[in-house]
Design a protein around this ligand. Structure first.
Ligand code: BEZ
Ligand code: FE
Length: 273
């Protein structure tokens, strides 16, 4: 007698189709993805309409992506996956804690001298912020030639790439430390701002009763030859959303007092390998 197919046998058949993959790692990732995806469909009893809706939303996410917009990063961030990937890959080697990159980093930011400002288009709402400190190794020794790639929104809450009224590369700069490892960055005090909400990422937040605010922060990628670079932020301790970041990026060790227009922070890099 013919046996009726079951979800379990179906899953086993799909998994077995990867047995001869020439790429072990790809096969491992694909099998695990298939297993979790099938379990998810069974667990929630996904309807055909819901699955087609999901496909439509993913299609819409793809259509929204461009050089200036990355809807999949937004989904990864708001679902907490970006922070999880950072956590398991950049765990406890002792350096500065990482946080999300976000979709608004640009390559090729202008090089700045110490004390120079990243603000090109000053706004009436700007409050000055001077960030000083040093880049150090795990023993506390200064690292010469470390680069700090810094970016933030203007004080209207928008990044240059979101706002045609701003000059290209407004609020972005790369600083390089000298022999003392020290830096002095001139910027504007960051503001709380909302992440884009006009696509599937925003819909998934709002339809679940969540908000799309991020606590005020400056972004950093800190790197130096021979060290693991770190993607991180400094958060303003006075932000209204310090305990409610839409992308789960806040870490206690990255929260600083910016209330008098200055803040101090030493970034610590772990050796490569
Ligand atoms: C950001 O901080 O730039 C950001 C992070 C995650 C999603 C959207 C924006
Ligand atoms: Fe940001």
């Amino acid at each position: 007698m013919n046996e009726r197919m079951t979800p379990e046998r179906h899953l086993a058949e799909v998994l077995a189709s990867y047995d001869n993959s020439p790429n072990d790692r790809l096969a491992e990732i694909t099998r695990s993805l298939v297993r979790h995806l099938h379990e998810f469909v069974v667990e929630v009893g996904l309807t055909r309409e819901e699955w087609f809706r999901a496909i439509e939303e993913l299609t819409r996410a793809g259509d929204l992506c461009s050089e200036k917009r990355q809807e999949f990063v937004l989904l990864s961030d708001t679902l907490g996956v970006s922070m999880l990937v950072e956590m398991i890959n950049h765990g406890d080697e002792g350096g500065t804690e990482p946080t999300v990159l976000g979709p608004f980093h640009l390559d090729g930011a202008p090089r700045k001298n110490m004390g120079e400002s990243i603000v090109i288009d000053a706004m009436d709402t700007d409050k000055n912020l001077v960030v000083t400190g040093a880049v150090r190794d795990l023993d506390g020794e200064p690292i010469e030639g470390a680069e700090l790639d810094v970016w933030e929104t203007a004080s209207n809450g928008f990044y240059d790439v979101q706002d045609p009224s701003q000059a290209e590369m407004n609020m972005r700069g790369i600083y390089t430390t000298g022999a003392d490892g020290c830096f002095e960055i001139h910027a504007a005090r960051p503001v709380d701002y909302t992440i884009p909400d006009d696509g599937p990422g925003g819909d998934l937040l709002f339809n679940n009763g969540r908000h799309n605010w991020r606590p005020a922060h400056l972004h950093f990628v800190v790197s130096a030859p021979g060290y693991r670079s770190v993607i991180t932020h400094l958060f303003d301790s006075e932000s209204n959303y310090i305990n409610g970041d839409a992308v789960f990026g806040v870490r206690d060790s990255l929260v600083v007092d910016m209330s008098d227009g200055t803040c101090g922070y030493d970034f610590v890099l772990a050796p490569e390998g």
